[in-house]
Design a protein around this ligand. Structure first.
Ligand SMILES: [Zn+2]
Length: 223
């Protein structure tokens, strides 16, 4: 799953308006942020395998440190405790925990049977990726709902808050659709490096436009 994870982060803003969108996105994206560096370090493995599922040309051979249910729970707890220690904001803490855990659940729905319960443990997956139309329908619907909730929870305070946000949404959608027409990667580096760089840039960009938007609650209090 790709933009479906983003949808969870955007939606969380309604529940935890005082937490930066960058943090709320980092939570549901967490497993996919760990995965590229873990691939580069050789801690996890992937095989390029066109046709593995109809949606993704990859055999996700081994990735328990980023994608097992047990490790997701560890990351979720560590991330939310760290956040709590710094910000003492309960809705944000809860949104982070649920966000990190949601990654496993959503990947379990979409992936083939490759999502481990724990390192070395049994692996599961319902295989929504075997249907391109089904995958895109579910993810785009989730994305629309997530963006809608974010738009209702926040208001642009200037042009950056408006247009940098709009560009972000358009870029995610265009990338998601264009990816259908791209060739499979030829090396693991071709997956990991762009993944790593894009992950960091997308979080910085989200932090940037989100800090140029006020939450509707705050706007009401001031007005
Ligand atoms: Zn994932």
């Amino acid at each position: 799953m790709f933009i479906g994870h983003y949808a969870v982060g955007f939606a969380a803003k309604k529940y935890a308006p005082r937490t930066s969108l960058a943090v709320l996105l980092a939570a549901p994206l967490f497993s996919d942020l760990l995965w590229p560096p873990f691939l580069l370090l050789g801690w996890e493995r992937v095989r390029i395998d066109p046709g593995n599922t109809r949606f993704v040309p990859l055999d996700l051979v081994y990735y328990p440190w980023s994608h097992s249910l047990l490790l997701c729970a560890v990351w979720a707890t560590a991330f939310s405790l760290l956040y709590h220690g710094i910000r003492h904001y309960r809705p944000g803490t809860i949104a982070i925990w649920i966000g990190v855990m949601s990654h496993w659940v959503l990947d379990w729905v979409t992936h083939g049977p490759d999502m481990p319960l724990y390192p070395g443990g049994p692996r599961f997956g319902l295989g929504l990726w075997n249907s391109v139309a089904g995958t895109m329908a579910v993810e785009i619907a989730m994305f629309v709902v997530g963006i809608w909730l974010y738009v209702r929870a926040t208001r642009a305070s200037d042009r950056i808050g408006q247009y940098a946000f709009l560009a972000y949404v358009v870029l995610l959608l265009v990338t998601y659709i264009a990816d259908r027409f791209s060739k499979p990667p030829t090396s693991v580096g071709e997956i990991a490096w762009p993944g790593l760089i894009a992950g960091i840039l997308m979080l910085l960009w989200a932090w940037w436009f989100d800090s140029h938007r006020t939450t509707v609650d705050a706007a009401r209090r001031e007005g």
